[in-house]
Design a binder for this molecule. Structure first.
Ligand code: NDP
Length: 254
């Protein structure tokens, strides 16, 4: 079966200097792709790129730009294109979380969440899609969440951004599908990362996650790799505009 083989492909995973993005980048490397490792902190991204290349024997390159800044995105993608060409696979993963009761949420926190979780996918997606459309092929994978479909107290703005990611995904499917570009969303359940460290350490919350998830546990980042490689590879060439939940069954049950 070579329909999952990514040899000769170039991947860009935003926010791959740590957490879920790091694991996703590793998965693409293991499937044979070259991968651009990205974040804002150049030291952290360089360390991640070196470690990943050592661990997988694959080729990595570092790119650091702020995904919320149009001019920085343009410069960052232009540099990648000049060096390695337009990515075949773009994973819009960079994101952040802020928690507060809705009536206490500041406009500043709302703006940060929308910019980092949603506007970023518009900016990076549009810039990379120009090259993909010109070439007539490409795979865009937007990282959603259980909160793309289900709300929870204290994270209304985050949920709004992750719901938005789903409709942006469908919009890109409509616009880019005729040019040979597939856009899908990968929606993780509760995973152990920096973003969720406080929740993992909160015994009550952790017990809730395990009880609410049919799999009975938190996700491990490696759990996302199979779904990612599927969405990045020729195996999914007729799959477009879909949301694939990798959540141990959480969104399937009440
Ligand atoms: P982390 O906080 O561990 O990592 C975030 C990554 O994004 C880092 O590499 C960070 O690098 C980068 N980043 C953040 N802001 C920017 C920015 N403005 N410009 C460029 N890069 C940026 O997050 P997770 O790995 O936990 O989350 C990754 C994605 O997965 C997010 O979209 C999140 O919503 C989603 N998700 C996470 C779940 C979980 O359980 N953890 C569950 C469901 C979805 P740097 O700081 O150097 O910029």
């Amino acid at each position: 079966m070579n329909m999952f083989d990514l040899s000769g492909r170039l991947g860009l995973v935003t926010g791959s200097s740590r957490g879920i993005g790091y694991a996703l980048a590793k998965g693409l490397l293991q499937a044979g792709a070259r991968v651009v490792i990205h974040g804002r902190d150049v030291k952290q991204a360089t360390l991640a790129a070196t470690t990943l290349a050592d661990e997988t024997g694959g080729r990595t390159r570092v790119s650091t730009f702020d995904v919320t800044d149009l001019a920085a995105v343009d410069r960052g993608i232009a540099d990648i294109e000049a060096d390695w060409g337009t990515p075949d696979i773009l994973v819009n993963n960079a994101g952040l979380q802020r928690r507060k009761p809705f009536i206490e949420f500041s406009l500043e926190d709302w703006d940060d969440l929308v910019a980092t979780n949603l506007t970023s996918a518009f900016l990076v997606g549009q810039r990379v899609a120009r090259g993909m459309v010109a070439r007539g092929s490409g795979k865009i994978i937007n990282i959603g969440s259980v909160q793309s479909q289900l709300a929870r107290p204290g994270i209304a703005p985050y949920s709004a951004t992750k719901g938005g990611i789903v409709m942006l995904t469908k919009g890109l499917c409509a616009d880019l599908g005729p040019s040979g570009v597939q856009t899908n969303a990968l929606a993780p359940g509760y995973f152990e990362t920096e973003l969720t460290r406080a929740l993992v350490e909160d015994e009550e919350f952790s017990a809730w996650v395990k009880g609410r998830t049919p799999a009975g546990r938190w996700g491990k980042v490696e759990d996302l790799i199979g779904a990612l490689v599927f969405l990045a590879s020729p195996a999914s060439d007729f799959v477009n505009g879909q949301v694939l939940f990798v959540d141990g069954g959480m969104t399937a049950v009440v």
